[in-house]
Design a protein around this ligand. Structure first.
Ligand SMILES: C[S@@+](CC[C@H](N)C(=O)[O-])C[C@H]1O[C@@H](n2cnc3c(N)ncnc32)[C@H](O)[C@@H]1O
Length: 227
């Protein structure tokens, strides 16, 4: 299915876009931890200045948060991860045309990428904005926040690193809060502080927030700080 995001124009990810399927295969090993260690892969190497602060966004959609925030924080490297091919190509094309050296967009499943590729303690912030709610019970396992993904997020965050969550969906919010409470040995819950790129009256200023705001929906937000 095409969303016609290119509006008739070819979308060109160029150097801004990375295909997860083009990455080296995981080596054979008894556990995923051993495979990750043997691979010795570090996504910060995708940036011209790899030693800079590193933040991840899960489910970047059209890439609006990355575009807005990366211009205000040129000394932070941002990696967005988006599994829907057309949205990935659209967002990567925007980043390429804007010539932002501190933003890269990966095409693939963020939870799989984190589990299999991201080393311990290298991420300062994980952004999770308007994540898909998957309302049917049989689809709940597709939600990004799970007990096991919170353990993985804890592993890749640096000490006092943050997981920032915003959603419009009441039932997903209840799910996120319940999972955060169960992970209270891993994270402390704090109020959400809006990023500098959020506009007047906005919580974070993504495309979904702007769409849902027009529909008059209320939003929920929290920050989980790595204990
Ligand atoms: C509802 S949209 C929100 C997009 C954007 N964050 C915003 O607020 O405008 C959720 C996005 O997350 C992506 N997504 C959901 N689960 C994902 C996963 N495990 N890995 C990568 N992308 C994911 C979807 O394809 C979709 O583009």
């Amino acid at each position: 299915m095409s969303f016609g995001l290119g509006n008739g124009r070819d979308l060109v990810p160029g150097d801004a876009g990375i295909e997860m399927r083009s990455l080296a295969p995981l080596p054979d090993a008894a556990t995923v931890e051993a495979a990750r260690a043997a691979l010795a892969f570090d996504p910060r190497a995708w940036f011209p200045l790899p030693t800079r602060r590193f933040e991840l966004e899960i489910g970047s959609g059209k890439g609006t948060f990355l575009l807005q925030q990366s211009e205000l924080e040129p000394e932070t490297n941002f990696l967005g991860i988006e599994w829907a091919g057309e949205f990935w190509a659209y967002a990567a094309d925007r980043i390429r045309r804007r010539g932002l050296p501190n933003v890269r967009l990966l095409h693939g499943d963020a939870t799989e990428f984190i589990r299999t590729r991201v080393p311990d303690g290298i991420v300062s912030v994980i952004h999770l904005y308007f994540s898909d709610p998957w309302p049917k019970t049989r689809h709940h396992k597709r939600r990004v926040v799970q007990d096991h993904t919170l353990r993985e997020f804890h592993r890749i965050l640096e000490p006092r690193g943050e997981l920032r969550i915003v959603t419009d969906h009441d039932e997903l919010w209840a799910w996120d809060v319940e999972h955060a409470e169960r992970a209270s040995d891993l994270f402390e819950r704090r109020d959400f502080e809006k990023p500098a790129s959020a506009g007047e009256g906005e919580v974070v200023g993504t495309n979904f927030e702007r769409k849902f705001r027009r529909e008059g929906r209320p939003f929920h937000a929290m920050t989980l700080v790595r204990a």
